[in-house]
Design a protein around this ligand. Structure first.
Ligand SMILES: Nc1ncnc2c1ncn2[C@@H]1O[C@H](COP(=O)(O)OP(=O)(O)OP(=O)(O)O)[C@@H](O)[C@H]1O
Length: 267
């Protein structure tokens, strides 16, 4: 057997690159210490689920990854978060540019009060990604296909985005987020306002998106975490208690707090 066939090499090839590396992240809202010394590596081309009881800090940590917490006056973030090795809290980083690279999808679908086309074209326009109308048309079509909504909207691109159903609006918001060619997609309970059919469509889409992106999803649904994610992080009272393969977290949790949560005893 030569060295290139070794199981170690196979295992290495199977390992995904680290996309986000967080070290000793602390978040305070005024006097409240909401996130306590969180360190974790989040992989590329993987769906990572953040789970845990209400108020444990899942959304707070998610919002650290694209500096959405900057918009909250009382909020203070300490520690380091690297995106592909670059410190996203470095003074030279423009948060608007960062948010094009680290897209976000919210709990409630929030299309702009604009046409379907303009919703998706908005980011590429402000970031100068297209040289002319034909290129912009192309970007919009690709993003809507990526959002698994092209076939439903291709004949009404000039209609308002707000006229779509809730599930379609959420897929439009995902298309809007991918239009700026992000590296990471953050999703904060993206299905909680959707019915079961729309939820299943968005979950299927999330599974497809992981071919190209690092996806991080906050969810209250353990079934959803088990269905869509490969890695799971369990938070409790501001601590990242356990992080690992989703299978392992749900079948062989190492920490008693994780076990209590997944068996429904806390939360
Ligand atoms: N804008 C804010 N101002 C002050 N405190 C906040 C703010 N946002 C969150 N917190 C506090 O930080 C802690 C963590 O909240 P966070 O929203 O991150 O939790 P979560 O796990 O996402 O909760 P949920 O599942 O209910 O959305 C909570 O104690 C919360 O009250």
């Amino acid at each position: 057997m030569n060295m290139y066939d070794s199981p170690e090499r196979e295992a290495k090839l199977d390992q995904k690159a680290t996309k986000i590396s967080a070290r000793n992240v602390q978040v305070y809202y005024g006097e409240t210490h909401a996130l306590k010394d969180v360190s974790v590596d989040i992989q590329d081309k993987t769906v990572t689920a953040f789970i845990g009881p209400s108020g444990c800090g899942k959304s707070t940590f998610l919002r650290c990854i694209n500096r959405m917490n900057d918009t909250i006056d009382s909020c203070r973030v300490e520690g380091t978060i690297l995106l592909e090795g670059e410190d996203i809290y470095d003074r030279r980083v423009d948060p608007v540019q960062l948010r094009a690279k680290v897209g976000m999808v919210f709990q409630k679908p929030n299309p702009f009060p604009k046409s379907i086309y303009d919703n998706v074209a908005y980011g590429p326009r402000i970031h100068g990604l297209a040289r002319n109308k034909a290129e912009l048309d192309d970007i919009v079509e690709r993003a809507l296909r990526r959002g698994a909504i092209w076939n439903e909207v291709k004949d009404r691109l000039q209609s308002p985005g707000t006229g779509l159903s809730g599930g379609q609006q959420q897929r439009l918001c995902i298309a809007r987020a991918v239009a700026t060619e992000p590296e990471v997609l953050l999703m904060d309970e993206p299905c909680s306002a959707l019915d079961p059919i729309a939820t299943a469509q968005v979950e299927e889409l999330i599974d497809e998106l992981r071919q190209d992106y690092s996806v991080v999803i906050v969810t209250h649904s353990m079934q959803q975490a088990a269905r869509v994610s490969q890695k799971t992080a369990f938070f409790h009272l501001g601590n990242l208690v356990e992080f690992g393969d989703t299978d392992q977290i749900f079948t062989r949790p190492q920490d008693s707090r994780t076990e209590s949560y997944i068996t429904g005893r806390i939360g």
